[in-house]
Ligand binder design. Structure first.
Ligand code: G3P
Length: 217
């Protein structure tokens, strides 16, 4: 399973990249706004900055909602860097646009996916990635990981090529469970990635090893 970081914060992107286990980045308008970025030029430059840090897929989301607008915006975003993946919402014109991008060699990430039916449509349109939002599903008292499992089963059975990119990850357990049920990618906040490191027995064991090593000096 690939690890993407789900943020537009450059310091966090650098920190995750320096771990050596980062395979890409996802952003969305909310994450960009959180960094205080204002205006098209600043947004554009920010995507460039991210692409300069991580030489791997970087999802940049369109804000148009009509076919012509999505295509125009996506084509421009794709010129920023060869690693840009155009992130398109799961709406009717979004599906049409994903098919257009697929036919024209532009990679896509179909976002705001909350059902297996939506994931089937994204795959039929040829999306490179499909992004089910598992944390938000959990928030509404459904089982987000169960949706990843269902999509994984369908995609394998139907031999769809679209990669399942589990999004809206809230904790380290989400990452482990997504790996268990066959997600191709997990896009995570830095805290959730670092959460995988944590185990009290590791800390206790290391303290003891260091104590014993010191006693031998
Ligand atoms: O990138 C989209 C997704 O990961 C959003 O997560 O935490 O806002 O539900 P969240």
């Amino acid at each position: 399973m690939k690890f993407f970081i789900d943020t537009a914060n450059l310091a966090q992107i650098k920190e995750a990249n320096e771990l050596g286990i980062l395979d890409g980045v996802t952003t969305n308008p909310s994450l960009m706004a959180k960094e205080g970025i204002k205006g098209n030029d600043a947004v554009w430059q920010h995507y460039k900055d991210i692409c300069d840090i991580v030489h791997a897929p970087v999802s940049a989301e369109v804000i148009s909602t009509d076919f012509a607008g999505i295509v125009e915006e996506g084509k421009k975003l794709a010129t920023i860097d060869p690693n840009i993946v155009v992130k398109v919402p799961m709406i009717k014109d979004g599906i049409k646009a994903i098919k257009w991008f697929t036919d024209n060699g532009i990679k896509t990430n179909c976002t705001l996916v909350f059902s297996a039916g939506q994931a089937i449509l994204a795959a039929k349109a040829g999306a490179t990635y499909v992004s089910p939002f598992i944390g938000r599903i959990d928030d509404s008292s459904w089982d987000g990981v169960e949706l990843i499992s269902q999509i994984s089963h369908i995609y394998r059975l139907q031999q769809f090529k679209t990669e399942i990119l589990a999004a809206s990850i809230r904790n380290a357990l989400h990452i482990v469970r997504c790996a268990e049920v066959g997600a191709d990618v997990c896009t995570c906040p830095l805290d959730s990635i670092l959460g995988l490191l944590k185990h009290p027995l590791t800390d206790i064991g290391l303290a003891k090893f260091l104590e014993d090593a010191n006693s031998m000096k």
